[in-house]
Design a protein around this ligand. Structure first.
Ligand code: SAM
Ligand code: SF4
Length: 331
């Protein structure tokens, strides 16, 4: 096997598969309140097509797969897809990013199918703020979904991801910190990125990981940095001084990690993206549906990866937004 490497020497080990553009939420940092018509079903990759691309990618050295969307759990029979992916030889980690609403019903079948990791998105613990942000009244079902996961220790860690936004997040930092100590959840704040459909993102809206850490340390004292592990780890991880609980910060804007990026993404309709902010995609669906062989798929993936972007340009004058917003990419 020749490993998948880009022209800057970065080895690709992680692939995100968006399995639907649909969602039962309308988060303000992601989707518009209305509109954004769903893709026709025929345009979306089937589970067989997704598993085929994944198998080829794993054969090229991809070790981690993450299912995302849209909301992946609104697609039918996701445990069946998990079962198909779990069977791929050489795969080390199979994870899912979800808004959590369907976990009360799906935690058990997902665990049985071989899911090993999960990220649940949750930005606030206050019902009216939850409604303001997601435009849905569903906080209880997300909390129930998180609680349902606790019965399945084979899915670990349970990560809770919160998008950090100035003026929204600060007054709940300590409530989330307390949650990280009370429950077996790793809370991670991620900086707001210019990927919302409404174009509301402003640099001033970013609340940095450093600012959130300062709020936590003012309450608990100096946090203990957890180092080592994977060089491509995007989160800066910290334990509380007494050893109870872990939090993390994903700081793509204030501390970009492009230099160690090991990720590629597949959109729900089979577009291979080598950066969240890519302006171009490689159409793997065409290769799949025009009778291309596994070697053809591998060649298309290798060629796309070779041109992987050096970095995002959010912090310099060259930045232009991509046409797609987050739910259409697969975050
Ligand atoms: N629907 C699922 C969910 O919300 O977890 C999966 C898809 S969602 C696009 C994936 C992740 O992207 C979520 O954690 C969400 O909070 C995050 N996200 C969406 N828009 C974002 C933005 N503009 N900046 C930073 N993170 C964003
Ligand atoms: Fe849906 Fe996830 Fe986007 Fe929220 S962040 S609108 S839950 S895809």
């Amino acid at each position: 096997m020749t490993v998948l490497t880009d022209s800057y020497g970065r080895r690709i080990k992680s692939m995100r598969l968006s399995i639907t553009d649909r969602c039962n939420f309308r988060c303000v940092y992601c989707m518009p309140a209305e509109g954004l018509p769903w893709l026709p079903k025929a345009d979306i990759l089937t589970y067989e097509e997704l598993a085929r691309v994944a198998r080829v990618a794993v054969g090229m050295g991809v070790e981690q797969l993450r299912l995302t969307g849209g909301e992946p759990l609104v697609r039918r029979d996701v445990p069946e897809l998990v079962r198909m992916l779990h069977a791929i030889p050489g795969l080390r980690s199979l994870s899912l990013t979800t808004n959590g609403t369907r976990l009360p019903q799906l935690a058990a079948p997902l665990a049985a199918a071989g899911l090993t990791r999960i990220n649940v998105s949750l930005d606030t613990l206050i019902p009216h703020k939850f409604f303001q942000l997601t435009r849905r009244d569903a906080l209880d079902s997300v909390l129930a979904g998180l609680a349902a996961l606790e019965a399945f220790p084979q899915i670990t860690p349970i990560k809770v991801n919160a998008v950090a936004m100035r003026g929204f997040t600060e007054d709940e930092v300590l409530a989330f910190a307390a949650l990280a100590r009370r429950k077996p959840y790793v809370i991670r704040w991620i900086e707001f990125m210019p990927l919302d459909a409404d174009g509301i993102w402003r640099k001033e809206d970013i609340l940095t990981g450093a600012e959130i850490l300062a709020i936590i340390e003012a309450q608990y004292g100096p946090m203990v940095r957890i180092t080592g592990g994977d060089a491509a780890e995007t989160a800066r991880r910290y334990r509380f001084p007494d050893g109870v609980g872990e939090v993390g910060f994903i700081n793509p804007v204030s501390e970009p990690f492009c230099a160690t990026c090991d990720r590629i993404r597949l959109t729900a309709e089979g577009g291979l993206r080598t950066c969240l902010f890519s302006h171009e995609e490689t159409d793997l669906r065409a290769t799949l549906r025009d009778g291309g062989s596994d070697d053809d798929l591998a060649a298309a993936i290798r060629a796309a990866v070779w041109h992987k972007e050096l970095k995002h340009h959010i912090n310099d004058g060259q930045f232009t937004r991509t046409q797609r917003s987050m739910s259409m990419i697969g975050g």
